[in-house]
Structure formats: C-alpha cells, structure tokens
Design a protein around this ligand. Structure first.
Ligand code: MN
Length: 245
C-alpha cells in the first residue's frame, strides 16, 4: 500500500475531501493495485497522460521523479516523450524535456557516490584524461587495485599496458571501452573487461557518470605508455552510432 500525503500536505486546509480522495483513493486504492499493473507501468502511463493534457506543473515533475524512482531510465523517458510527441503535440514534448533533464540530473549527483568510493580528483594523471576523473586506491597489497570514476564524457587517452595488462570491473553508470581498430564496447555495472598487455585502448564514461575498478595485472617491469587523446570527433561518433541503433 502506497502511503501518500501530498493531498493533505498541499490542500488539506483548503479542500480536505479532495485531499483525502487523492491520498486514500487515487494512491491508496488505485495506484496500490500492483498485482494488476506495476508501479513502473503506472508511472509511465501517468506521465503520458499529464503531458498529453499539457500539464507541465509540479505534478508532472512529481510523476517523472516517481517514474525514475520505479526504474524508468533517462534513455527510456526521453524515448517515451519522443514517441508521444507525434500523438500529443510537438510543443507539449518540447515543454517537458527541461523537466526531464532536471529530474535526471540528480543521477549525476548519485553517481558521485560510487560503490567503491569516489576518492580524490585524479590530478596525477590529469594530463592523460579529457574531463575530470577521480581515483580511489583500494589496495596495493600484491596487486594494485584502484577505483576510477569518470564524469560524463570523461575518458583517458589511448594507452598501452606493457607487461601485465589490466582488468576492469564496472560498478556504476555507463561507459565505453575501445581497442585500437575495433568497435567500442558499451559498458554497464557488472561488466568485466580483460585488456591484454601491449594492446592500445582507452576507457571512460558515456553521457553518464561511470566508475570501474581497475586491477593492474602484475608483471616484471610492467609500465603504462600514454598516447594521443580520444578526440571529440572520435568520441561523438560513438554516441551517434548508439543513437542510430
Ligand atoms: Mn587501461
């Protein structure tokens, strides 16, 4: 059962019956029938209903936030609005995108608390990154393991791990990994990347924050060789190809 107090909080003094119907009937009895239709589906349908009526006040913002809380991703929300724009009216869709941006911008804030900790700005390696990255050393006992967090669009230069190679364990957000001459691979939490020694590659964030644990595979005389940056042109191509999928 959903506990809703928005009606009583906002209108309890002025319209107590309306407030009670809102909180106890609409939310308490209708929204709560999760065995018939999930909260995720209900929240998407409600957003569509409000946008189609041209309602872009706080109630729409609440329901976009609610959809997000029930697992509707930013990509999905943008797709929903793009889809319904043809049916509900172009200006209605235009009006809602800034609100979608605002609600989902909170993601960036959340992503700053990655599973293995943000650590400190990665100043020591800043010359080999485009954008801001953060480094959290986890252990140097036997194997060097660090958590690396990339702000949206941040990526490291093309580079080579000589000797030992590297393993990436993806924990938060959305990222990219690309080997020289190969298509880029989209990365999500739970993905594992094995990077063999002597292979030229880069890794970093997609349009969202991204964190991975980086494990340096020990080898005698292992070293890193930093090469040219991943240009905006190369990087934007990836996003564009993904959008066209
Ligand atoms: Mn690497």
């Amino acid at each position: 059962m959903i506990k809703q107090t928005a009606g009583r909080d906002g209108l309890g003094d002025l319209a107590p019956k309306f407030a009670q119907l809102n909180d106890d009937v609409l939310f308490g009895q209708v929204w709560s029938r999760e065995d018939r239709l999930s909260l995720r589906d209900r929240s998407m349908i409600t957003v569509v209903a409000l946008v189609s009526k041209g309602i872009t006040d706080n109630s729409l913002k609440y329901h976009i936030q609610n959809a997000k809380n029930h697992g509707v991703t930013k990509t999905e929300m943008v797709e929903i609005i793009t889809h319904i724009a043809f049916y509900v009216g172009w200006p209605n869709a235009w009006a809602v995108f800034p609100m979608v941006r605002e609600v989902y911008a909170q993601d960036a804030v959340n992503a700053k608390e990655p599973l293995f900790g943000l650590g400190q700005p990665n100043d020591a390696y800043a010359a080999y990154f485009i954008g801001q990255s953060y480094l959290n050393p986890l252990t140097t006992q036997g194997v060097t393991v660090c958590n690396v967090t990339f702000e949206p669009r941040c990526r490291n230069n093309w580079h080579i791990h000589h000797g030992g190679g590297q393993i990436l364990l993806c924990t938060d957000g959305e990222g990219w990994y690309q080997q020289w001459g190969q298509p880029a691979r989209s990365l999500h939490p739970g993905d594992v990347v094995y990077i063999p020694p002597e292979v030229k590659h880069w890794h970093g964030a997609a349009e969202d924050w991204f964190s991975h644990v980086a494990i340096e595979i020990p080898a005698p005389g292992a070293s890193n060789e930093w090469l040219e940056p991943v240009s905006d042109e190369e990087y934007n191509m990836l996003t564009q190809m993904q959008t066209e999928e």
